[in-house]
Design a protein around this ligand. Structure first.
Ligand code: GDP
Ligand code: GDP
Length: 438
C-alpha cells in the first residue's frame, strides 16, 4: 500500500504550493502541457525513491472550508482515507479562529495530524511557532513551501517514517516486471466491470473475495494464449451466478492505489459521457506515476457517425498529451475490440521493460544532437556527453553533460521523442534524468 497524505487547511495558507513542491514532477513529457493546468486534487510524489499519494483537500471542492471554518464532506472523506494529515497554517497570520475550528474537526478523526506552519521565510520562526504548539498535534513543522525551506526535515521526520522501506519498493518493482498486471480504471458506469468480465471470458465463473476495505481492489489472475496476466478490478464488482452487485462505491483512492500497483493501466471512458476534469486528473496521475497506458473508449456500439466524430475531435482537442498511448474504440457489452486491448497491454508492458544499453543510447543521443543541437543559454551551450539506462517501468535514460540543469523542457521533449522512436516504445512514458558532469 502506498501511503496517503492529505493536506488540510484554510484557503491561502499555501496548500497548493506545498502540493506542487511534494509532487513536483521533473518529467518533461508531462510538464507545461495545455489542458492540464487546473488545480490538481491528488498527486504522485516520490521522496527518496519511495512513492506517496498526496491529496490536496483544497482542490477537492475549491472551497473546502465554509464561513464557519468547518470542513466540507468531501474533505472529510479524503481525511478518512488518508494515513496522515498535514494541517497547514500560515505563520504570518498566526492562529486564527478558522484554524481552531479546523483543528477541532481534525481531532474527531483518529488520524495522526502533523502541523505544518508555512511561510516562515523572513520572519522570526520561534515567535511565529509559539501560538501553534497549543493545538497539541503530533509535531510542528516550520516550512516555506514557496522556497523549499523545511521540506527535507518534513520529509525525514513526518513522511518517510510512514513509507515502505526501499528494499520493499525495489521488490515491488521487480515483481511488477514479471508479467502484465493491468488496472482497469475510470469513472463509475463507464463499463469497467463489464469489461473485466468480458476480458475474463463469458463463461468463466469467477468467485471473488470481497474487498477488505474501500481501498482494496480485486486481483484476478488469468491466462490468455498461455500467457499470464493479473487484472486489478477497481470496480469492485463480483459475479454471483448471473447476479452482479456493486460492492463499493467509487473511491478515487482505490483507483490511485490500483494505478500504483499496476504496470499497465487501461483508462476507460464512456463515449457518450465525454471527458471530465477528473479523467484528465487521473491521466496525469498515471503519467506522473510512470505507468504504461492503454485508452479504451467504451460503449462505441450504437453511436451515430456524427457522435463518433464528435468524440474523436474532443479527444484530439483535450487528450493530446496522452498521445503516446494506444487508443481503442470498444464495446465491452458486445465484445468488439476487447481482444485487441490485450495486444496493446502486451506492447505497453514490453515497452516499459525495453532493453537498453549505454552504447546504443549514447549513439542515439549523438544522432539527436547532430540533427538539432541544444540551444545556447547566455552564450553557453549545454553539452550532452553520453547516456545510459537508469531502469525500467517506466524506462529511464540518464544523460550526462555540462549545464544540463539549464536544458529547456522543449529540448528534453525533443530528446524523449527521439528515444521513443528509435527504441520503438509505445504506450509508456519515458523519463530523462539529467546529470551534471561525468
Ligand atoms: P492554498 O489556497 O492553501 O492552496 O494556498 P496557495 O498555495 O495558493 O498559496 C497562497 C498564497 O501564499 C500564494 O500567493 C503563494 O504564493 C503564497 N505562499 C505559499 N507558500 C509561501 C511561502 O512559503 N512563503 C510566502 N511568503 N508565501 C507563500
Ligand atoms: P462500471 O461502474 O464502470 O463498472 O460500469 P458497468 O460495467 O457496471 O456498466 C455500467 C452500465 O453500462 C451497465 O448498464 C452496462 O450494461 C453498460 N455498458 C457497459 N459496457 C457497455 C457497452 O460497451 N455498450 C453499452 N451500450 N453499454 C455498456
Amino acid at each position: 500500500m502506498v501511503p496517503v497524505v492529505a493536506l488540510v487547511g484554510r484557503p491561502n495558507v499555501g496548500k497548493s504550493t506545498l502540493f506542487n513542491r511534494l509532487t513536483r514532477s521533473r518529467d518533461a513529457l508531462v510538464a507545461d502541457l495545455p489542458g492540464l493546468t487546473r488545480d490538481r486534487q491528488y498527486g504522485h510524489a516520490k521522496i527518496e525513491g519511495r512513492p506517496f499519494i498526496i491529496i490536496d483537500t483544497g482542490g477537492i471542492t475549491g472551497g473546502e472550508v465554509g464561513i464557519d471554518g468547518h470542513m466540507a464532506e468531501q474533505s472529510k472523506a479524503a481525511v478518512e482515507e488518508a494515513d496522515i494529515v498535514l494541517f497547514v497554517v500560515d505563520a504570518r497570520s498566526g492562529l486564527t479562529a478558522v484554524d481552531e475550528s479546523l483543528a477541532r474537526d481534525l481531532r474527531t478523526f483518529s488520524k495522526p495530524v502533523h502541523l505544518v506552519v508555512n511561510k516562515v521565510d523572513g520572519i522570526d520562526v520561534d515567535a511565529a511557532l509559539a501560538d501553534f504548539y497549543s493545538l497539541g498535534f503530533e509535531s510542528v513543522n516550520p516550512i516555506a513551501a514557496a522556497h523549499g525551506r523545511g521540506m527535507s526535515v518534513l520529509s525525514e521526520e513526518v513522511l518517510l517514517p510512514i513509507a515502505p522501506d526501499l528494499e520493499q519498493v525495489e521488490e515491488e518493482n521487480q515483481k511488477r516486471a514479471r508479467h502484465p498486471k493491468f488496472a482497469i480504471v475510470g469513472r463509475p458506469n463507464v463499463g469497467k466491470s463489464t469489461l473485466v468480465n468480458r476480458m475474463l471470458g463469458e463463461d468463466r465463473v469467477v468467485v471473488f473475495d470481497m474487498p477488505g476495505t474501500t481501498r482494496d481492489s480485486i486481483y484476478i489472475d488469468m491466462e490468455r494464449r498461455d500467457k499470464p496476466y493479473t487484472i486489478i478490478d477497481t470496480a469492485g464488482v463480483r459475479r454471483r451466478g448471473k447476479v452482479r452487485e456493486t460492492v463499493e462505491k467509487f473511491s478515487v483512492l482505490k483507483t490511485l492505489q490500483a494505478i500504483e500497483d499496476a504496470n499497465v493501466v487501461i483508462m476507460t471512458f464512456d463515449a457518450r459521457e465525454g471527458i471530465a476534469e477528473q479523467d484528465l486528473s487521473l491521466l496525469r496521475y498515471i503519467m506522473d506515476a510512470g505507468r504504461s497506458l492503454v485508452i479504451a473508449i467504451n460503449k462505441w456500439d450504437g453511436m451515430t457517425e456524427e457522435q463518433k466524430d464528435e468524440v474523436k475531435s474532443e479527444i484530439s482537442r483535450r487528450m493530446m498529451f496522452a498521445d503516446f498511448a494506444r487508443m481503442h474504440f470498444i464495446s465491452a457489452l458486445h465484445g468488439s475490440g476487447v481482444g485487441d486491448l490485450f495486444e496493446s497491454v502486451d506492447e505497453a508492458f514490453n515497452s516499459a521493460n525495453v532493453e537498453m544499453n549505454a552504447s546504443k543510447l549514447t549513439r542515439e543521443l549523438e544522432i539527436a544532437v547532430a540533427k538539432h543541437a541544444p540551444p545556447t543559454i547566455k552564450g553557453f551551450r549545454c553539452k550532452l556527453r553520453y547516456a545510459h539506462p537508469g531502469g525500467h517501468n517506466p524506462p529511464r535514460i540518464v544523460i550526462h553533460g555540462n549545464r544540463t540543469s539549464k536544458l529547456p523542457e522543449s529540448y528534453q521533449r525533443y530528446l524523449i521523442k527521439h528515444f521513443i522512436r528509435v527504441l520503438k516504445i509505445v504506450g509508456t512514458p519515458i523519463k530523462l534524468e539529467l546529470k551534471e558532469g561525468d
